[in-house]
Design a protein around this ligand. Structure first.
Ligand code: SF4
Ligand code: SF4
Length: 429
């Protein structure tokens, strides 16, 4: 039995459930939250501010969406989701302008807000300062309120275990919509307490939100690039409500996850694209396992959004309490090496059990990169080179067409609203 360094007590998974105590073995203790160099975070935010990959990697996004739309069933499901989701995104945007409905009493309303959030079905709620250092350039000035209410909503267990699948994609989309509707309710409630509340849909996020969730004590960043929450790991969707309410901040927590991922490595070993990094590096002022975006997106595009790194995470499947208790008593990672945890099926490619990995052709990972204008210009240059420097009218008009398209999209932020911030955008952190 390993020596327990400290215990973390969290509210139960459902509202009204008893508190849960999670033992953290001494050998897994690092720091609360994530190792952080604030001077570096400040410097990167100032000198190299973040931007959404929906803009900076727009060429591959359009390529990926076109590829995903060749799956007829998914194309219809996505169309329906986009239609329903857009209304929720715009309703969230409208809340920025709404005034409170009463005068505030001045009391601290932290517990009232948290109770309401849990009653509305959120799995986790915590509060941190809204941190402008993690804002996309295109979202500067989008929200002015000083506090970030960080909210995680559970994604259903059963369909998630079938990842990658149509069922899993359906539940992924519907969880975004369900939590967005709950967020609008929470906003109404905060206004009824006398304060402003800006409900920010996860598809309309102002940047990578995970750093604020970690600061609010809701979990730690996993090697998979997702936030790992104590009850359901990465099997949840994240959104935020900003407010000026009278509240108290939560604190980051050391759940043992930062060190545990280095022992576990299941997602790293099972990722079909080999897109996850074994070792941690310092990136923009944080120590993390960095995701190789260019190895992930082609798999996501071809295999129903992939998500194998979510499915195979033992914390997602068994909960952190069980995983930590098992590790403390055996020194082993719960479920590692089993078909139950590690197995997955890629449509058209077959089943892959522990130790088995799909093999892809060399050109599998080829995709357009950068913004639409970057890609158009690269394409133009390679065609001109192939023609021995002879630039035809056809090449010029093709370039012009792409540039016009790119410039009209650059400021069309609404068209960019489909961030899946749990994973890919975590690459920015
Ligand atoms: S979603 Fe990306 S990182 Fe995760 S398992 Fe699939 S390819 Fe790997
Ligand atoms: S699978 Fe293991 S290494 Fe990957 S995020 Fe989950 S706990 Fe960390």
């Amino acid at each position: 039995m390993l020596k327990i360094g400290h215990e973390v007590v969290r509210p139960g998974a459902k509202w009204g459930d008893a508190d849960v105590t999670i033992p953290v073995p001494e050998e897994l203790e690092t720091v609360p939250g994530i190792p952080l160099n604030n001077r570096e975070v400040d410097w990167y935010a100032r000198e190299y501010p973040l931007e959404s990959i929906n803009y900076t990697e727009r060429a591959s996004r359009d390529w990926s969406n076109a590829l995903r739309d060749t799956h007829v069933e998914m194309r219809e499901i996505r169309k329906e989701h986009d239609k329903l989701n857009r209304g929720l995104i715009m309703a969230g945007r409208a809340t920025a302008e709404l005034d409170p409905t009463v005068e505030p009493t001045g009391e601290d309303v932290t517990q009232k807000i948290k109770d309401k959030a849990r009653e509305l079905g959120y799995l986790e709620v915590g509060i941190a300062p809204y941190d402008h250092r993690y804002e996309f350039q295109s979202k500067k000035g989008f929200t002015f309120l000083p506090h970030a209410i960080c909210l995680a909503y559970e994604q259903d267990f059963e369909p998630t275990q079938t990842i990658p699948s149509v069922d899993a994609e359906i539940v992924h989309s519907s969880t975004y919509r369900t939590q967005a509707a709950a967020g609008l309710e929470l906003g109404n409630y905060i206004r009824s307490l006398g304060y402003k509340a800006h409900v920010i849909h996860s598809s309309d996020a102002t940047g990578p939100v995970i750093p604020m969730f970690v600061e609010a004590g809701l979990g730690q960043l996993g090697a998979c690039g997702y936030l790992l929450t104590p009850h359901q790991g990465n099997r949840c969707r994240l959104m935020m409500v900003t407010t000026d309410a009278e509240i108290s901040y939560d604190k980051p927590v050391d759940y043992g996850i930062h060190a545990f991922c280095q022992v576990c490595q299941v997602c790293v070993n099972r990722c079909p694209g080999r897109a996850l990094m074994r070792d941690k590096i310092w990136w923009r002022g944080l120590e993390k396992n960095k995701l190789y975006f260019k190895r992930c997106r082609p798999v996501m595009a071809r295999y129903l959004g992939c998500g194998v790194c979510m499915k195979v995470c033992p914390i997602q499947k068994y909960g952190l309490k069980n995983v930590m208790e098992h590790y403390a008593s055996t020194g082993q990672v719960l479920g590692k090496g089993t078909h139950d945890l590690e197995g997955y099926t890629l449509e058209g490619k077959g089943y892959f059990g522990p130790g088995e990995m799909p093999v892809f052709d060399r050109d599998f990972f080829d995709m357009p990169t950068g913004t639409i204008e970057d890609h158009a210009f690269e394409d133009f240059k390679s065609k001109a080179r192939a023609a021995g420097g002879d630039i035809s009218e056809g090449m010029l008009s093709e370039l012009k067409e792409e540039m016009v398209k790119a410039l009209s999209q650059e400021y069309d932020i609404v068209a960019m609203m489909d961030n899946d911030l749990n994973n890919i955008d975590a690459d920015y952190i």
